[in-house]
Design a protein around this ligand. Sequence first.
Ligand code: UDP
Ligand code: MN
Length: 249
Amino acid sequence: QLPIIYVVTPTYERPHQRAELTRLSQTLLLVPALHWILVEDSLKRSPLVADLLAQSGLHYTHLNVQTPPPMKLKEGEPNWLKPRGVEQRNEALRWLRVNQSPMDRGVVYFADDDNTYSVNIFKEMRHTQKVSVWPVGLVGGLRYEGPLVDKGRVVGFHTAWKTHRPFPIDMAGFAVSLTLLLMHPEARFDPNAERGFLESSLLGQLVSVEDLEPRADNCTKIWVWHTRTEKPKLKQEEALEKLGRGSDP
Ligand code: UDP
Ligand code: MN
């Protein structure tokens, strides 16, 4: 009986949302014993996401919680101004605590909808005692950020940005044992964490650096990338709409 991988994904409506979720869901289909917790940043669960999940072939839970409007990034604001997906990840933690028992063996991974995942990374995280870690490509202004490993232990981090972060690890660079999360019922992401400190705000409540379990060949392999999708240009839609021939939404 494999421990279940609970993949937590915040998502929000935009023209390429279906494209992102299609790519991610078809990656997740390659992984056995996986449960996708997809959390919409919205007041209501949307039919688009509900249909995509129903047809995905995955085990899933569909949740929603709206980021409070003052915390929400506005059109044109630089994306680093406010944290994204925080309330949604916390909602998934709440769901897991209500719906799972410490007897269930599992691991929780926070997988944003725009990153690129190798199936290898899921094999690495499945057997996690407390918190497993690995490098993430294309993040922190570097080709990769990742833990430095000596004799099987994490002894530091390859990072250049805000190097004083307690855990300079991207959201995609760690997984947490479900048991550990249930043992710390108050542990969650801090919506008011300083920029770059969101991951540390959760991990600091659960482990210390010495506890981290290095994966991906002692953190020498890149099996997840912090890719980002270019905003689609839909300028011509306005022109066509004026002529009454806009694309069917
Ligand atoms: N997200 C969200 N609401 C928003 C913006 C982003 O739920 O208003 C989700 C998004 O779909 C992604 C995660 O939060 O899964 C992280 O957002 P993003 O990829 O934009 O962050 P970045 O890669 O720039 O750190
Ligand atoms: Mn992203």
